[in-house]
Design a protein around this ligand. Structure first.
Ligand SMILES: [Zn+2]
Length: 350
């Protein structure tokens, strides 16, 4: 089995959502459930040893557009969110993350040494991530507090605009150049992340925002859960020019298991073969090299191939890659080593 450290999941969002109807999030994660994709038992079974766990504030008004006869769709960006209620939600999710640590469900890791210790001890290595910074003020005071609580990775923006940046819509086919990039506050956020040692994730940002961060940041460039635009031209996927910049910066792209970002027709159809996943990995390896390709499942945040089903089926992808010719050293890089390398760089470990 290849242990997998995964670049993106929404398990905190799922646990938070269920907690609103009375379930205990700590119990749900530790004792297991049949809903969603990740809990401690299913993670252990599938060799999922840890990952970036997102604090994500949902958009109540997001209405996904149905595709037309050609399969084309454009979902308008959700409206911007108010800060105070976003902060409440973010604090509730951070609290679930901290309670899970207190109960021994997982460990919130702040260094690659801690992640490696977790892997050796069969403890789930969680890295606290924020997907869209609506909970953070322009003065970045909340950033200091979340950092103290363990935040070590963030995407300035989700697929909606905020005070820091502009997001890309869910649309097919569409290029990622859909609007402006970083704002002045966003530039300050990027500088603060570089100073504090917080990884900057470019997964939902516009193409202009991508180049703004590339110009400002001294970190490797990361898209934690995105795929290949040349194969599946949704606005969220990465273009060849962006792949080249990511390779130059020694960054990475984590393969998103979302079927709508894997399939050539971009349909929300779980009957999606593992060969579609392998095709995206092959493309990225050919374009950027084996050191810049990793995994970013989007477990608990997307519809994924039925064959994988949940975290317990993770090794089926590894097996498909093995059959496609990847050796164990290459698989170790894709499954965890590349993530550990870029986290170490963003966290000023080397
Ligand atoms: Zn996402």
């Amino acid at each position: 089995m290849q242990p997998i450290f995964d670049g993106h999941n929404d398990v905190l969002y799922r646990l938070w959502k269920h907690s609103k109807s009375g379930t205990d999030p700590v119990q749900e994660f530790i004792e297991g459930t049949t809903s969603g994709h990740i809990d401690k038992k299913r993670a252990l079974k599938g060799g999922l040893v840890g990952g970036l766990c997102a604090i994500y504030v949902p958009s109540g008004d997001l209405a996904f557009k149905a595709p037309d006869a050609n399969g084309h769709y454009t979902t308008p960006l959700a409206a911007p969110l108010e800060r105070a209620p976003s902060l409440d939600v973010a604090l509730e999710m951070a609290s679930i993350a901290l309670r899970l640590q207190q109960a021994g469900g997982w460990k919130l890791c702040r260094s690659t040494t801690e992640i490696n210790e977790c892997i050796e001890q069969d403890q789930f290595a969680a890295v606290l991530h924020m997907e869209g910074c609506e909970a953070i003020d322009a003065d970045l005071t909340a950033l200091d507090v979340f950092y103290a609580a363990g935040l070590r990775s963030l995407g300035p923006v989700w697929s909606r605009n905020n005070i820091f940046a502009h997001g890309v819509p869910f649309a097919y086919p569409m290029d990622p150049d859909t609007g402006p990039g970083l704002t002045g506050a966003g530039e300050e956020l990027v500088k603060a992340c570089n100073r504090l040692g917080i990884l900057i994730d470019l997964a939902h940002i516009t193409e202009k925002g991508f180049w703004d961060v590339a110009r400002l940041s001294d970190q490797p460039l990361i898209a934690s859960h995105s795929n290949v635009h040349a194969l599946t031209p949704v606005a969220r996927n990465v273009t060849d020019k962006q792949f080249d910049a990511i390779r130059e910066s020694k960054g990475l792209v984590g393969l998103n298991y979302a079927v709508a970002m894997l399939r050539p027709d971009a349909r929300e159809n779980a009957d999606t073969p593992l060969t579609d996943m392998v095709r995206h990995i092959d493309y990225m390896v050919n374009r950027m090299g084996i050191d810049c390709v990793a995994l970013g499942s989007d477990f608990d945040g997307a519809k994924i191939p039925g064959e994988i089903a949940d975290a317990s089926g993770n090794q089926k992808l590894v097996e498909a890659l093995r059959e496609a010719g990847y050796g164990e050293d290459d698989l170790a890089k894709i499954c965890r080593r590349n993530w550990l390398r870029v986290l170490g760089a963003a966290w000023h470990e080397q």
